[in-house]
Design a protein around this ligand. Structure first.
Ligand code: FMN
Length: 222
């Protein structure tokens, strides 16, 4: 699909059909996520993909009863590792092997930089991992849409309950949930309607930042 069409046609979908997503399609969607950019290419993301009905029912409770978590074919818990060092040595060894880095001293200096980043506060570590992991999440949603699979990103969940119920180690930040499934053919008009967007002139500031003090919602093109 043309990227512009994909961008315009994506919706956050809450009504899913019973049609299953094949393992190969899911595999392609997650393969796309691996291609997302990340700070220093450290790729802090991991995904808990729930397909089992009981597990999705548990997640639905954690997501304050949002039905689409259970109705979707797959509910993804998007996790971000909060320690930048986790994959640093492997990634910089790859850079060195491919001559992106001139020598081992530069490789060691980069490892040292990232090691210092690891001393960040817990709050900064969560911000750090969320930046890259959210880009992987968006990549999943576009890759899914390109294959006719609808999605919905979600922040409405109890992170503490999620960590407890699914035994998520403390180093991981639950960044968001994503539901995935083929959309219900008879979906409601509200589902298909394009939600209004803030216009370009309100959100873009060339050369100087002059914060917007009003919100003008404009009907989007489609
Ligand atoms: C970070 C984030 C959190 C969201 N959380 C929820 C959620 O908990 N439940 C839900 O139904 N939709 C959720 N949404 C979907 C938004 O409501 C939706 O993206 C927005 O209304 C714009 O609609 P559109 O995605 O169809 O363009 C979330 C979206 C984002 C980006």
């Amino acid at each position: 699909m043309q990227f512009d069409n994909l961008l315009r046609e994506r919706r956050s979908v809450h009504q899913y059909s019973d049609e299953p997503i094949s393992e190969s399609t899911l595999g392609e969607i997650f393969e796309a996520a691996t291609l997302a950019p990340s700070g220093y290419n450290l790729q802090p993301w991991e995904f808990l993909a729930l397909r089992d009905d009981e597990k999705k029912a548990t997640l639905r409770e954690i997501a304050y009863g949002q039905d689409h978590v259970e109705e979707a074919d797959t509910a993804i818990v998007v996790l971000g590792h909060t320690d930048p060092m986790t994959h640093a040595e492997t990634v910089f060894d790859d850079w060195l092997a491919k001559d992106y880095l001139p020598n081992e001293e530069v490789r060691d200096a980069l490892v040292e930089n990232v090691s210092e980043m690891s001393e960040m506060s817990a709050s900064d570590r969560r911000t750090w991992t969320t930046r890259s992991t959210a880009l992987a999440a968006m990549t999943i949603m576009y890759a899914a849409r390109d294959r006719g699979v609808a999605s919905c990103p979600m922040e409405g969940f109890d992170a503490d309950a999620l960590v407890d119920s699914f035994d998520i180690p403390g180093e991981y930040e639950p960044v968001m949930l994503i539901t995935l499934g083929y959309p219900e053919a008879e979906a409601s008009d509200i589902e298909n309607e394009r939600k209004a967007r803030r216009p370009v002139e309100e959100i873009v500031h060339y050369d100087e930042f002059d914060p917007s003090d009003e919100t003008v919602l404009a009907p989007a093109d489609d």
